[in-house]
Write a protein that binds this ligand. Structure first.
Ligand code: GLA
Ligand code: GLA
Length: 682
């Protein structure tokens, strides 16, 4: 389903720039900044993220002159503004006047002012003030020609994603009333006959604060959903005001990649453009693989529409234990990576490196040494290079494999401690399956469990612990119509109120997958096992299951070790025109690859023969012309065979058919759609 960005960013080029915090500097510096920005190819900056206290120094006492001046200086250089409503953090006067708006943790401890995001998302006074601030900003700057889009808040949930205070409890009760209608409905949904949990008055329901023992899992799951929704409501409040005052201006809020705490499918649905902040660790030589998944999610959140990498570090961050800078050339390849996956530009945190505060050791486009700084030299060079990629703007990434990402299952399988094993981790499993596909050269689109799945030949479901009827119906239809479905373990176990599906997992998809799980059989810490798959042995750990097959289900792999030795481990069932695979074990990488290889072959998709995790090939296309990004994420040369006559946008030259990419090297090949795809050289 090809969604478009209904209100696009007002920018006629790939975006380039960063967060800018002018209130940490003087006017003299602003003037220098604007000049250096232009010289570096900057065409948009994000501001003033944390400046509410500088704009409203006391209730109703406004000071906009400095911001007017900053915008004027930038606009004089043609630089547009991703304008923040400055609601990322409250002013101290607001907090002190309304101390009840401070968040509380699960122990009931109030979290003090002194950092950022010092607010409870549900606090009525905060919500009123946020809407008020958005209106003031929209009325003052909504018609400014420099306004490129609205940037609401900043990284919702980065610090405060969950709040257990009394205002949150009141809001939680409202949310529960809307969901269940009656107390009887809530008691049924929460299964409160267990452990004497019945409620007789809405007022008696609390957020799941630290309790005497393990907490009701459905209460925990609903609290996850509620907390995501509470921030979504906060976002919606501002979106409503902005749409009312400036109906034609795009709205975004910056995401944090594959972030557990917020259901980004919901957030993306109410914004115009998806933006992301991404900080792959430059010290991890394989961090580009989870980054590829994150970027893929960003384009998938709006059905493939272009998105924007709004923040990345030019070099080091300042929030890891050890903050290794990006090596020369590494920022460039990481930037090209985001563009390859559909980002229409790249932006940084931040423009000018801070002299004080918690982020003074965080890299910036303009480092402490100013124009001479390595980061300025590198970001300026990349700003010039970026203009060569203009032809890719607006094009879409091609993918044939879908990967189901479902926040309910993520939350349900991690909110409670009462599980067969704490070691089966939703994110690890999702990343492992994605990595298997990456290794085989596949570009993957995350999808909702309810679809739409059109355009995908293969669908991988790493984990769908909580499976409900509409999801099962969509997945069934996909297989019936000829799709190849792969299901990971501990899927289809419960419904959306955490009630176990009678008859065993995978619940409503037992007949499609052709299996019934009698029992999970987790593997003790440190213990390894093995399965035999089509005659080859592969390692397992963490998890296995006692699986019973139905008539006609093919046993593709069986357990070799432990109590389950000889029993089915991996199965395949033909259903309708397609096939459905069930993988009951957590497999080591080679095993996942072996399964995926067979599934891809069955679907007629070409898997890469020799695995090279440093090499990634991603295609953006407008339907007639392909832009094939060939990326060497590693530090050794990689040789690639390419089609004759392809033009490399980065060099402007027709490329030799035997292309060698040096360390962190890249080519962006322009070739007619349908041309031969690049392949690792033999
Ligand atoms: C204890 C409790 C039971 C039950 C079991 C579970 O024995 O008394 O209520 O929770 O543990 O193992
Ligand atoms: C996040 C925030 C920024 C900044 C960076 C530092 O992305 O949005 O304000 O703190 O982290 O990496």
């Amino acid at each position: 389903m090809a969604e478009t960005n209904s209100r696009p960013i007002r920018l006629d080029a790939l975006a380039y720039g960063g967060d800018y915090n002018p209130d940490q500097w003087t006017e003299e510096v602003w003037l220098e900044d604007a000049r250096l920005m232009r010289e570096a190819g900057v065409n948009m900056v994000s501001l003033p993220m944390f400046s509410w206290p500088q704009l409203e120094t006391a209730p109703g006492q406004w000071n906009f002159l400095w911001l007017d001046r900053v915008i004027e200086i930038l606009w004089a250089e043609g630089i547009r503004i991703d304008l923040s409503t400055a609601t990322a953090t409250p002013p101290s006067w607001l907090v002190r006047a309304h101390p009840e708006m401070l968040p509380q943790n699960a122990d009931g401890i109030t979290l003090e002012f002194g950092s950022r995001q010092a607010y409870c998302p549900s606090a009525p006074v905060w919500r009123e003030n946020v809407a008020r601030m958005a209106r003031v900003m929209a009325e003052r700057y909504g018609a400014h020609p420099a306004l490129a889009m609205w940037h609401v808040s900043n990284e919702y949930g980065d610090h405060i994603a969950r709040c257990w205070c009394p205002a949150s409890a009141a809001h939680f009760r409202q949310w529960l009333k809307a969901r269940y209608g009656t107390l009887a409905g809530l008691n049924e949904a929460w299964g409160t006959t267990v452990w004497g949990q019945a409620y007789f008055d809405w007022a008696h329901i609390e957020t799941p604060r630290v309790a005497s023992g393990p907490i009701n899992p459905t209460q925990l799951l609903d609290f996850e959903r509620f907390s995501s929704d509470a921030l979504l409501e906060l976002f919606q409040l501002e979106v409503d005001v902005l749409r009312e005052v400036t109906p034609n201006v795009a709205v975004t809020t910056n995401f944090m990649s594959l972030f557990r705490e917020l259901d980004y499918w919901d957030f993306a649905a109410i914004e115009d453009v998806v933006t992301d902040d991404a900080y792959p660790d430059p010290a991890d030589p394989l961090s580009h693989i989870p980054a590829a998944l994150n970027y893929s999610l960003m384009r998938a959140l709006k059905g493939g529409a272009p998105w924007l990498l709004l923040e990345q570090a030019p070099g080091a961050v300042s929030w890891r234990d050890v903050n290794v800078p990006k090596a020369p050339g590494q920022m460039r390849i990481m930037s090209l990576h985001a563009i390859a996956h559909g980002s229409d530009g790249v932006m940084f945190f931040q423009w000018r490196q801070a002299k004080f505060g918690p982020e003074k050791f965080h890299s910036a486009m303009l480092g402490h040494r100013g124009e001479k700084s390595l980061s300025y030299q590198e970001t300026k060079a990349f700003g010039a290079e970026l203009t060569k990629l203009e032809p890719v703007r607006g094009t879409r990434v091609r993918a044939s494999v879908g990967l189901v990402v479902d926040w309910d299952s993520w939350w349900a399988s991690s909110a409670t401690e009462s599980l067969p094993s704490q070691r089966l981790n939703w994110l690890d499993q999702t990343r492992a399956w994605h990595r298997g596909l990456f290794a085989l050269g596949q570009t993957v689109d995350p999808v909702r469990a309810t679809g739409p799945f059109d355009g995908y030949d293969v669908l991988v479901v790493p984990n769908l612990y909580a499976l409900v009827d509409d999801q099962a119906a969509a997945l069934r239809e996909f297989v019936a119509a000829g799709g190849r479905l792969v299901f990971g373990p501990f899927s289809g176990v419960v419904d959306h109120t955490e009630k176990v599906h009678s008859g065993g997992a995978p619940g409503p998809l037992r007949d499609v997958l052709g299996v019934e799980v009698d029992n999970p059989w987790p593997i003790s810490d440190g213990e390894r096992g093995a399965i035999l798959l089509r005659g080859t042995e592969f390692g397992t750990g963490v998890w296995s299951e006692w699986v019973e097959t139905q008539a006609g289900t093919e046993i593709v792999g069986e357990y070799l070790t432990g109590e389950l030795a000889g029993r089915p481990a991996v199965t395949r069932n033909e259903y309708g025109d397609g096939s459905a695979w069930y993988v009951s074990a957590v497999l080591e990488e080679a095993g996942l690859q072996a399964i995926l290889r067979e599934v891809l072959a069955e679907a007629g998709l070409r898997a890469r023969e020799a695995v090279d995790l440093d090499l990634e090939i991603v295609t953006r296309t407008d339907g007639d012309t392909d832009f094939v990004f060939v990326l060497n994420h590693g530090r050794r040369d990689i040789a690639v065979d390419i089609a004759a006559g392809a033009l490399d946008l980065l060099t402007g030259d027709v490329v030799d058919e035997n292309l060698t990419l040096p360390r962190f090297g890249a080519a962006v090949l322009q070739q007619p759609t349908g041309s031969r795809m690049p392949m690792p050289a033999r």
